[in-house]
Design a protein around this ligand. Structure first.
Ligand code: 13P
Ligand code: SF4
Length: 335
């Protein structure tokens, strides 16, 4: 092993990625394609990744689609271009495969808002409740969960639970409130939120709508209720994308992470997509965790097969149960 790599590995634990120089003359698209073939590796990318990463990926999709791909792939290596909880989910679903994440520090404010030991005490106070956890949570939290859900299947998951059963929902209070309203179910909500979906400004969106009176306003259910109340359509990233393809409108104001605009523009090049304005001076809705992954880090992680996601066997054994339940319910619903 080269001295350079050894040094970079030393930094890995502190920085979360292989801190090596990448030759700027390299065609990273070509190099990554070569590594994929050489190592029988598959790249799974979330819609919130930067455009180049979405384009080089073998599959780009939402949290549900990515989990389904991770469960089914026959690749030897899964390279997850997303955040930590997503790569963990891939490892739980395919424990015999090597799962790589270009930057280990690509976390999630929502997952971090629900520490497993604190949730355990909350759950103990409500032993009669069925625990539904949004997939945006840690593997430890999944071990305390009855059924996992994503934003695509959340309504189906809630409706699959017998009507007389109260539900404890974690960690997203906004998605939880949306589900409570939509299904009319008795749900106790954990008080967590996504930092990206809580920054949209009602006032600025109204002003933008005045300038674009024909634009449809579409929002992800992780947004706050006062933003969702304004929406023409509410859905997961794949739902939002489908809506923009199928709807005859030619302008859309989009309230979710800005990475999804890449696919919307690709699928409907003649339409206009405007990111919903946030409550701050920055004009972007980028998730700082998702955007930690870069083409350079992706290339290095494939070349050296690090950083790797590992999980204790007992966590995998327990965490896979609520994810499998979710996949079964989704398959029955044709999702
Ligand atoms: P979906 O992929 O289910 O739309 O969720 C978006 C998200 O916040 C992922 O971090
Ligand atoms: Fe987490 Fe929000 Fe980023 Fe998704 S967009 S990874 S929920 S912080």
């Amino acid at each position: 092993m080269s001295a350079e790599l050894l040094e970079a590995q030393g930094k890995l634990s502190k920085r979360g990625f292989l801190d090596l120089e990448v030759d700027p003359t390299l065609d990273l698209f070509e190099e990554i394609e070569k590594l994929k073939k050489e190592k029988n590796a598959i790249i799974l990318a979330h819609y919130y990744q930067e455009g180049d990463i979405q384009d080089i990926a073998d599959y780009t999709g939402d949290s549900l689609g990515l989990s389904q791909q991770a469960a089914e792939t026959d690749a030897d290596i899964i390279v997850f271009a997303g955040v930590h909880f997503m790569a963990e989910t891939a490892k739980i679903l395919s424990p015999s495969k090597k799962v790589l994440l270009p930057d280990l520090k690509a976390g999630c404010s929502l997952a971090e808002s629900c520490p497993a030991p604190v949730f355990k005490k909350f759950k103990e106070k409500h032993p009669d409740h069925v625990v539904v956890s949004y997939i945006n949570c840690t593997a430890a939290l999944k071990t305390m969960t009855d059924i996992v859900c994503t934003s695509t299947n959340a309504v189906h998951i809630i409706e699959s639970i017998p009507k007389d059963k109260p539900i404890l929902f974690a960690p997203d209070r906004n998605l939880g409130a949306y589900l409570k309203k939509k299904t009319g179910r008795d749900m106790l909500l954990w008080n967590g939120a996504c930092m990206v979906h809580e920054i949209f400004s009602h006032e600025k969106i109204v002003k933008l709508q005045q300038r674009h009176p024909n634009a449809k306003f579409i929002a992800h259910p992780e947004c706050e209720a006062h933003i969702l109340d304004m929406a023409d359509y509410i859905g997961s990233t794949s739902g939002l994308l489908r809506y923009t393809i199928e709807n005859e409108a030619t302008e859309f104001i989009v309230a979710t992470e800005a990475g999804i605009l890449h696919q919307m523009e690709k699928k409907s090049p003649h339409k206009t997509f405007l990111p919903a304005p946030p409550n701050n001076t920055c004009a972007c809705n980028d998730c700082p965790h998702m955007k930690l992954n870069t083409m350079e880090k992706l290339y290095l992680c494939m070349k050296y097969e690090q950083p790797e996601i590992t999980l204790p066997e007992h966590i995998i054994k327990e965490a896979v149960k609520p994810i499998d339940r979710m996949l079964e319910i989704s398959a029955k619903a044709g999702l």
